[in-house]
Write a protein that binds this ligand. Structure first.
Ligand code: XIL
Length: 470
């Protein structure tokens, strides 16, 4: 089934292309002297791509206006999943009335940043509007409501979405089918029907069944294995299994790999779709270190199982994670901390993919060093100026935002930054190409203004921290 799907060729090609590079990278890493600049992939997405895997994150559309969030999302990930915007309550809040605003916004973001979109989710008992769950429909009406929903949503995003979680969380912990409105009204056949309908709407999209607590060999994953085997034998177009992987620190995942492998042996593609590893808060540094090893372990496992095509983490930072709201007293589950600083888990994951994260701070210290130095050169003439600004950062960056005041004039052109000006206050953000900066690296960009006025050295801030001015 893989070759008929649009993304398979790209992933396989990337895997072949770069496997030699990844090996060479390992040797380089051992031989490289401490102070030599690294030639290994510095961002998560580059490191994953070097192995032919994708690395994604769930995106909360409401946070895309935060440039730090958006910069990490674009510079570190090559796949995005809508955390909520493509769920039934968002896309069809009332019967027959479809709303694609949030999904379209995510697709636009992804296309601007050369990312794939992972569609989540078509049929789920949660975030399901009550007109569906409490509608009192009979089997035939509910089937047509379900099919109509799938057809409309999948058609709308056809060509923009690579994968769909067609059904989500259809199992109980004991491996029996969950008593959702779909199961209770239609019976287990709703699953096969949903896949066939999605396939008819977009034959190129890869169609997945997604669940939690199916990572290891247990009653629930056995139930899933039996259902998927039976669906495949009936010719149901199912392409992939999504292992949500909402894990708890120190959870025993020793059978994850062999469990994945049995699904791979059915010819299915495997995706880790919602990875996070939660800790009782506050997390201490030893817990953050163990979390890092466990993120690396999952990454290593995906590398070792060739059918595993990618890993999506469920949220960027601990600040925006769903965990504290759902599991009171737990949190610290993501790759970035509450201040959008990379945690040990971030470095561990880049390293597990064979990359070199630089030194995003002492791994044992959740507060990396701060401080930056800014310098600028301005060439002025009567009616204008050309200014080059350079900012050196002691810590590695995965996205930057530099703010300063421009007392006179308007910026009329710029290079190496996306610049916005509001009155005398200017914000420069990294472009798609220069967001990743190694520790002790320098960000350099420039702009032209229509004023030749001179003024005193500006106060420059990098990601909200004021720099000293050289
Ligand atoms: C969560 C989101 O992260 C929250 O913002 C929302 O309030 C509830 O849903 N399994 C899934 C995801 O498949 O859709 C869930 O996402 C997390 C658990």
């Amino acid at each position: 089934m893989f070759p008929s799907k649009r993304r398979a060729a790209a992933v396989i090609a990337a895997g072949v292309l770069v496997s030699g590079l990844a090996l060479a990278g390992g040797v380089q890493a051992q031989e490289r002297a401490q102070d030599e600049p690294s030639t290994l992939a510095a961002s998560l997405r580059e490191a994953a791509a070097a192995n032919g895997k994708f690395v994604g994150t769930a995106i909360n559309n409401g946070l895309l206006g935060n440039s730090t969030y958006a910069n990490i999302a674009s510079s570190q990930f090559d796949s995005v999943t809508a955390e909520n915007a493509m769920k039934w309550d968002s896309t069809e809040p009332s019967r027959g009335s479809f709303n694609y605003g949030g999904g379209d916004q995510l697709v636009d973001f992804a296309q601007a940043n050369d990312q794939q979109v992972y569609g989540h989710t078509l049929v789920w008992h949660n975030q399901l509007p009550s007109w569906v769950s409490n509608g009192g429909f009979n089997a035939s009406t509910l089937t047509s409501i379900m099919n109509n929903h799938i057809t409309n949503v999948v058609n709308h995003f056809e060509n923009d979405v690579e994968y769909w979680d067609v059904v989500n969380e259809v199992f109980n912990e004991d491996g029996t089918m969950r008593g959702s409105v779909f199961q209770n009204t239609i019976g287990t056949s709703f699953v096969g029907t949903a896949f066939r309908t999605a396939d008819a709407a977009d034959p190129d999209a890869k169609l997945c069944i997604n669940d939690y607590n199916i990572e290891t060999d247990n009653a629930k994953s056995d139930g899933l294995y039996n259902l998927v085997s039976s669906l495949l034998s009936q010719g149901v177009p199912i392409d992939c299994v999504g292992f949500q992987s909402h894990l708890v620190l120190d959870q025993n995942t020793s059978s994850f790999k062999s469990n994945m492998q049995r699904f791979a042996d059915l010819g299915l593609e495997l995706i880790i779709t919602e990875l996070d590893i939660r800790i009782s808060t506050p997390a201490d540094s030893s817990e953050l270190q163990r979390q890092a090893q466990q993120y690396a372990g999952i990454t290593q496992m995906c590398l070792e199982v060739s059918a595993c095509s990618g890993i999506t983490v469920w949220g960027i930072s601990d600040r925006d994670s769903w965990v504290p709201g759902t599991f009171p007293g737990e949190g610290a589950a993501c790759l970035y901390d509450d201040n959008y600083q990379p945690k040990p888990a971030y470095s561990a994951m880049v390293t597990a993919f064979g990359g070199d994260p630089g030194d995003p701070g002492d791994p044992g210290d959740p507060d990396p060093p701060t401080g930056c130095t800014a310098s600028y050169v301005a060439n002025r003439w009567n009616n204008g100026s050309v200014v080059e600004l350079r900012v050196t950062t002691p810590q590695a960056l995965s996205g930057w935002q530099i703010t300063f005041a421009l007392p006179a004039g308007t910026i009329v052109g710029s290079w190496n930054a996306e610049i916005s000006q509001s009155g005398t206050s200017v914000t420069a953000r990294n472009t798609q190409h220069n967001g990743t900066v190694a520790a002790n690296g320098t960000v350099s960009f420039g702009f032209q203004t229509n004023s030749g006025a001179t003024y005193s050295t500006p106060v420059v801030s990098l990601n909200g921290t004021q720099c000293t001015t050289a």
